[in-house]
Write a protein that binds this ligand. Structure first.
Ligand SMILES: [Zn+2]
Length: 251
């Protein structure tokens, strides 16, 4: 028998057990949580005198007629006195408050290397120049494209569309760099450089103190998409040369 089948049988048995348990309760099941709350409060005040006296007074207050049957049922389930009823019987009603299970949506994420790309937002590349690889990541509702140098991800270039503000506001680029890197100190040397590569405008944000270098780049006449490069201080100059090759391959 496989694991899944065994689990199904077990689940069914547990369900049947629970149905039987609920059918054989001596009083309405909604009264039990109230009984346990009552015991909780009363036992704290006076303690347990090793009898079910508090339970009986609760049942009387609630006009229960079959008190003997109820106390017998409680005893059968390990609750001979008030403190035992609270300690041993309360757990049997956990099913009334099932734990909230966080549902993590199962996402089928697949990655593949692709050799060309044409998107509906006018990004078109027919051949990926060496040393770049283009990786397409497909999830349930989205596709993402990342260029990377070789197999490492020390230098990656993400393709994004719908860029609303490719502005010349340096403050904004600095904020973006800080948001993305989550670095909050030694920011005195943060600099923004505006850079032109043929038909493209690029913004380079870096500091003298931190490794991350971020470069945003878009086509001057067609800002429907932009590329964002994540690289490192000691290599970004070399990466920029490779990036130029990549830009030249975009149609
Ligand atoms: Zn007791």
């Amino acid at each position: 028998m496989d694991k899944k089948h065994r689990k199904e049988i077990l689940d069914r048995l547990n369900k049947e057990k629970l149905i039987e348990f609920r059918q054989n309760l001596p009083i309405d099941e909604v009264l039990f949580p109230k009984l346990f709350d009552f015991l909780d409060t009363e036992l704290e005040k006076n303690g347990c005198d090793h009898s079910p006296i508090i339970t009986k007074s609760f049942l009387q207050k609630n006009s229960i007629s079959n008190i003997i049957e109820v106390t017998e049922w409680l005893a059968e389930n390990g609750g001979y006195c008030d403190c035992e009823i609270l300690a041993n019987v309360e757990d049997l009603f956990d099913y009334l408050n099932p734990p909230k299970i966080e549902i993590i949506p199962k996402q089928n994420i697949s990655k593949q290397k692709i050799n060309s790309l044409k998107t509906d937002f006018n990004f078109c590349i027919e051949k990926i120049p060496s040393p770049w690889n283009l990786i397409e990541t497909t999830s349930a509702d989205n596709k993402e494209y990342v260029f990377q140098i070789g197999k490492s991800n020390n230098c990656t270039v993400n393709l994004h569309n719908h860029f609303s503000s490719f502005q010349h506001d340096d403050e904004l680029w600095i904020k973006r760099w800080i948001n993305e890197t989550e670095l909050s100190y030694n920011l005195a040397n943060l600099s923004v450089e505006h850079y032109e590569i043929g038909n493209y405008s690029a913004i380079i944000v870096k500091t003298k103190d931190w490794t991350p270098v971020k470069i945003w780049c878009t086509k001057k006449d067609n800002p429907q998409w932009f590329l964002k490069m994540n690289t490192e201080l000691n290599r970004y100059k070399g990466d920029l040369k490779e990036f130029e090759k990549l830009l030249n391959s975009i149609v």
